[in-house]
Design a protein around this ligand. Structure first.
Ligand code: ZN
Ligand code: ZN
Length: 404
């Protein structure tokens, strides 16, 4: 049996760019190592989740790891909380939240608390406490954004938002959508009124009012989602697994399925990430684990920035960083793909399929020679992301026989 190294170049897929003479970033990149892996292995085209699906990183990573998002994706709340680096466990209820400003009558005067830029971490600090046996955790994000996580027995996400979604309206009481949501709504309303008091009295807000700014005196919550309870990856596939990722949301998903997260110094989740350090850490990690997933975010960032040159350059630097990958290839199945396309021309995720490659010692080769969106159509596969684990198990001699 071999080990498995799954490399996800986030938002890898692209569309033709005028700046690159009609080529995709991958087509334009000088990438001898990626091309060699294709030449000496198998390639193909992969649809994130299913053909035509326009996915987020959360749904595609779940799918790549063998967890069908149609079954397990429970809304953005839990994944946004993970994105802020919060611990989210199966069964937790998570919300997206805003620090907003309300007047004495409970009417929202500004959903963004005057575009608050500082002090929200201090406000969040006083909002993590317990009510009726339920633990509440709040973490501040960028500007007015935050997330709330509830943990305890008997919770349900069948409840409404407190956020009225428009200024000039009163903060809403949280209501249950059915019998199951009743306890959660009750304890949440209790919590929110205690939170309101703590926020109103907080020095950050007294200072803001003195300066003539809107106070951040209300935590407006929306989009309740219950984090799915997932069968641990190790149980599902019989492999000891780890992840390396510079972005908290992906780390959060990997932790949710019970993987160990390996921190790498210099891995920033940005364009300036130390790709070399990540690959070196990956080779080391593979000594102790059967399965490793590594996310590289830079390609997605360049796509969102609408910068094909930066995307091409990121791919080139990643290619250079993996020049020693041959040393693990004999005993490891290496798979390189993305989680979705982020075309520079679109500055967002699209449903375009992605190239995928598989390489390992003794693998059957195919006709694909270059690692890009077009050349890989000459390869073996035309698959959905949910098929990737199956192929990896097969190539690593871990697949169980179907039939006699
Ligand atoms: Zn992504
Ligand atoms: Zn993205």
């Amino acid at each position: 049996m071999k080990k498995i190294f799954l490399i996800v170049l986030d938002g890898l897929g692209d569309r033709p760019n005028i700046e690159l003479q009609g080529r995709t970033a991958l087509q334009a990149a000088y990438k001898p190592n990626l091309n060699r892996l294709v030449k000496e292995g198998q390639a193909g085209i992969m649809h994130p989740v299913s053909p035509g699906s326009r996915t987020g990183s959360d749904t595609s990573h779940l799918s790549l790891l063998g967890y069908d998002p149609a079954k397990y994706y429970t809304g953005r709340g839990p994944f946004e909380a993970m994105g802020l680096g919060m611990t989210v466990l199966g069964g937790d209820i998570a919300f997206r939240a805003n620090f907003g400003a309300v007047d004495a009558n409970g009417v929202v005067t500004d959903r963004r608390a005057g575009r608050i830029t500082s002090g929200t971490d201090k406000l969040a600090d006083v909002l993590s406490f317990s009510v009726d046996g339920i633990d509440f955790f709040v973490k501040a994000g960028v500007e007015h954004r935050a997330a709330l996580v509830m943990r305890g027995k008997g919770l349900s996400d069948r409840i409404t938002d407190s956020d009225p979604h428009e200024p000039g309206l009163k903060v809403r009481e949280v209501k249950p959508l059915d019998e199951k949501g009743k306890f959660t709504a009750d304890v949440l309303n209790k919590y929110l009124s205690m939170a309101r008091k703590k926020l109103t009295d907080h020095p950050v807000n007294t200072e803001r009012i003195r300066e003539g700014k809107e106070p951040a005196n209300e935590l407006l919550i929306r989009g309740a989602g219950q984090a799915p309870t997932l069968t641990p990856f190790s149980e599902l596939f019989g492999m000891k697994a780890a992840c390396i990722s510079g972005i908290p949301m992906i780390t959060g998903i990997c932790r949710l399925v019970g993987m160990d997260s390996i921190a790498v110094k210099g891995a920033t989740g940005r364009l300036d990430s130390d790709f070399r350090a990540k690959f070196e850490a990956a080779y080391k990690t593979l000594n102790d684990y059967d399965f490793l997933i590594m996310n590289v975010k830079a390609t997605d960032i360049a796509g969102h920035d609408g910068n094909p040159i930066a995307k091409r350059d990121a791919i080139q630097r990643i290619d250079t960083a993996m020049k020693d990958i041959d040393k693990i290839l004999q005993d490891t199945v290496v798979c390189i793909t993305g989680d979705h396309s982020t075309p520079c021309a679109m500055k967002d995720h699209s449903g375009d399929p992605l190239p995928i490659l598989f390489s390992t010692g003794g693998i059957r080769k195919d006709r694909a020679k270059l690692f890009d969106e077009i050349s890989c159509t000459e390869g073996t596969y035309n698959i959905n992301s949910g098929d990737v684990m199956k192929i990896l198990l097969q190539l690593s001699d871990r697949a169980e026989k179907y039939g006699a």
